[in-house]
Design a protein around this ligand. Structure first.
Ligand code: 5GP
Length: 138
């Protein structure tokens, strides 16, 4: 995988405002935040999307997300937040290195805006789809 801006942050070539680091994970403030405290949590493993990430790195990130989210909430005073994880440019991913956004919701409403347009569904199509997904789990 070609390097990204996060590769340079991981190597120290580009500075960041670090909030957490261990052997497998780095967390730092987003340079263009949607709200105060907008934090990025990344695995050190250079996977482009989460389906390509090892279970070990996924577990390492997942293991520290709650503590980092708690710290961001305490520091900002926010009481609500979104965790966003984009995969693929069509899904709004700009930096092709897995990352989780922690985005506090500010009292005035700043934070992540969500255009959620649910569809109606049900019946046999859902039964078949769930079966199909199960059959592809490795
Ligand atoms: P994506 O759209 O890929 O999910 O989000 C990438 C995020 O990385 C964006 O929110 C963007 O502001 C952030 N970002 C891009 N370049 C840098 C950088 O050099 N430093 C930091 N701290 N964040 C960056």
């Amino acid at each position: 995988m070609p390097g990204t801006i996060f590769t340079k942050i991981l190597s120290g070539e580009i500075p960041c405002h670090k909030v957490y680091e261990d052997d497998a994970v780095l967390a730092f403030l987003d340079i263009n935040p949607l709200s105060a405290g907008h934090t990025l949590v990344i695995p050190k493993e250079p996977a482009e999307t989460i389906d390509r990430l090892s279970a070990e790195s996924a577990a390492a990130v997942g293991g520290v997300l709650p503590a980092i989210a708690r710290a961001v909430m305490k520091a900002t005073g926010a009481t609500a937040y979104n965790i966003l994880q984009n995969n693929g440019s069509a899904a709004h991913q700009e930096v092709m290195h897995v990352h989780f956004h922690i985005i506090p919701k500010e009292p005035g409403g700043d934070g992540l805006g969500i255009g959620w347009k649910p569809r109606a569904s049900g019946g046999d199509a859902l039964v078949r789809l769930a079966q199909d997904i199960r059959s592809h789990l490795e």
